[in-house]
Design a protein around this ligand. Structure first.
Ligand code: ADP
Length: 262
């Protein structure tokens, strides 16, 4: 895989060479009467791969959506790479958002644009790259995700697995420090899941990008995670290495959850 297409530690140094990249402090999110996150604290260190697991409805996706600024917390503070994401002005939010890439369950590609245009759009409009630079970066990424020959196709002409690879390339084209992955294989036909997970394993292994994943793929979580956080009702009830969480969970809820999904 061409390493110059991916976040480069020299060009894109992690905050203070390590330490916290993402920090949530006392974050509360309510939907009407439903308090989904209740004074949640957690942090993710630069370069680490952290996976959120737990029952459906426990608030995992809400956390990713808060980090993507698709939602706003009701209370609390969120910082990314030392810059405040909430509370923050629109201008501050736009700056911090450049550091964050997200891949969604439903790919969310622009249907009316070619694959190449999907990948070049944000680097040109948000980062100010020239069209040529953006195309060069996009072609390297398409090569990396194994879709060099699909540059001129439209999303509807691709399989779900191919669309998700394009979505991954699109996120990486912004050279983000953080990659948020929201159940990225849940919408795929079973035979397409392994290819996308292998690609993400490669990215996790070969780059310094910080990853925060929500997944039901426990083998994937075990392989790529430095830390696994078990959520229940909007709280982290247990956190640890994958070895600890999957082999010696301490909490009854974690044991129940794992026995249901493994
Ligand atoms: P998970 O990712 O763990 O399955 P979510 O973060 O998607 O959980 O959802 C947590 C809770 O928030 C659920 O009860 C869900 O119904 C509720 N919720 C999520 N998004 C919205 C929304 N836009 N409007 C109302 N309720 C929501």
């Amino acid at each position: 895989m061409p390493t110059d297409t991916l976040p480069n530690p020299e060009k894109n140094p992690p905050a203070e060479n390590s330490g916290e990249l993402i920090r949530l402090e006392q974050v509360t999110k309510r939907f009407g009467d439903n308090t989904v996150l209740d004074h949640l604290d957690f942090s993710v260190d630069a370069g680490k791969h952290v996976t959120l697991i737990g029952p459906s409805g426990s608030g995992k996706t809400t956390i990713l959506r808060l980090l993507m600024t698709l939602l706003k917390p009701d209370e609390g503070r969120i910082t990314v790479d030392g810059q405040q994401l909430f509370p923050a002005s629109d201008k501050e939010v736009r700056e911090v958002r450049k550091q964050i890439g997200m891949v969604f369950q439903q790919f969310n590609l622009f249907p009316n644009m070619t694959v190449l245009r999907n990948i070049t759009e944000a680097p040109v409009t948000v980062l100010g790259l020239s069209r040529d630079e953006a195309v060069e970066r996009a072609r390297e990424l398409l090569d990396m995700v194994g879709l060099a020959e699909k540059a001129d196709a439209h999303p509807a002409q691709l399989s779900g697995g191919q669309q998700q690879r394009v979505a991954i390339a699109r996120a990486l084209a912004m050279r983000p420090k953080v990659l948020l992955l929201d159940e990225v294989t849940s919408a795929l036909d079973p035979e397409l899941v392994a290819g996308v997970l292998d690609l993400l394993r490669d990215i996790a292994r070969s780059t310094d990008i910080t990853m925060l994943c929500v997944t039901h793929e426990m083998n994937f979580a075990r392989d790529i995670s430095d830390q696994v956080l078990m959520f229940d009702s909007g709280r982290v009830i247990e956190a640890g290495t994958p070895e600890k969480i999957f082999s010696e969970p301490e909490h009854d809820r974690t044991r129940e959850f794992l026995s249901a999904v493994l």
